[in-house]
Design a protein around this ligand. Structure first.
Ligand SMILES: [Zn+2]
Ligand SMILES: [Zn+2]
Length: 299
């Protein structure tokens, strides 16, 4: 495994052992995330809620991207339900709160390691989103170096000398779906995927570890609503959630946000060749559509 910078300002991580990971799409006795198998797993963090039901369990990834020799760091799996087929849109608000608090707790632990520079939290749900196991889960990847592509993103902030997400410019160019005192849900003017939305804290936080517990609770509520909106638009959707954070040491400036995208097809040759993404829905149109659905459900 090796992190290296490719010719085109990108970072790739070489992790050949990842190919050995299982693909489990149906409920199956071999699912390592099901409750029946939980004793088999070495746990980093367990959180129960109202009785014995295990809501969240964080375990080391059996097929990690990281290793002791090359891409150093940690690679965790967050199993966010014991029920194989329970969809995250159907988690209760309390469940979402506990889940996001657990992820933040682990974030803080990983940050204590002076070598960790960068943490990526993400969720792949469904085959089109890259999930190899259909049982709902997240991943936390902590690295001892900042991926080059992220350094480029952070560098853009430094060059501009202002924060795009704190400035009014993003209102003029993108589309607001929802806003409260803590967050806004915004559609970027040039999305890469259909129904791409960003949940942006109003405060200029560098990374996920800085959100208050009240903000974490509200974030869970908004993610749940957005997944319900996705369901209304397309009942068979796959999706990714990415927590877009600055480096944890504060060497770069960045405005933290959570990105949700619906996955309706594979990335194909044109996208691989050019980096251009093709969308079948206009961002202004889907922002309007999502706003209308949200208005009906947000109370
Ligand atoms: Zn399972
Ligand atoms: Zn900002």
């Amino acid at each position: 495994m090796k992190i290296f910078q490719e010719l085109f300002n990108q970072t790739s991580i070489m992790a050949p052992k990842r190919d050995a990971r299982p693909f489990i799409t149906e409920k199956d006795s071999s699912c390592p995330f099901c409750l029946a198998n939980k004793e088999c797993l070495e746990s980093i963090l367990d959180e129960s809620w109202e009785g014995d039901e295990l809501l969240v369990r964080i375990v080391p990834n059996r097929y990690p991207i990281t290793s002791k020799e090359k891409a150093k760091g940690a690679h965790d799996v967050v199993i966010d339900t014991q029920h194989h087929t329970l969809h995250p849109k159907d988690f209760t608000f309390s469940h979402w709160e506990v889940l996001l608090m657990c992820i933040q707790k682990r974030w803080h632990e990983l940050m204590q390691n002076p070598k960790i520079q960068f943490i990526q939290v993400f969720k792949n749900y469904g085959i089109l989103a890259g999930a190899s196991i259909s049982h709902s889960h997240w991943q936390i990847l902590a690295l001892e170096e900042v991926p080059y592509s992220m350094q480029m993103k952070y560098g853009a902030y430094e060059q501009e000398g202002l924060c795009y997400l704190c400035s009014d410019l993003h209102y003029k160019e993108g589309f607001i779906v929802y806003a409260d005192s803590a967050f806004e849900i915004w559609v970027p003017p040039i999305p890469r995927f259909p129904y791409e939305v960003w949940i942006i804290p109003r405060k200029h936080y560098q990374h996920y570890g800085e959100l208050s517990s009240e903000e974490v609770k509200q974030l869970g509520k908004l993610i749940k609503y957005l997944l319900q909106i996705y369901h209304q638009i397309n009942p068979h959707y796959d999706f990714n959630i990415c927590m877009m954070s600055g480096d944890v040491k504060g060497n770069y400036n960045y405005h933290f946000y959570v990105q949700l995208v619906m996955r309706m097809g594979h990335i194909a040759g044109f996208e691989i060749a050019t980096g251009c993404h093709i969308l079948s829905v206009e961002p202004s149109a889907y922002a309007k559509e999502m706003k209308k659905i949200l208005k009906g459900m947000y109370k």
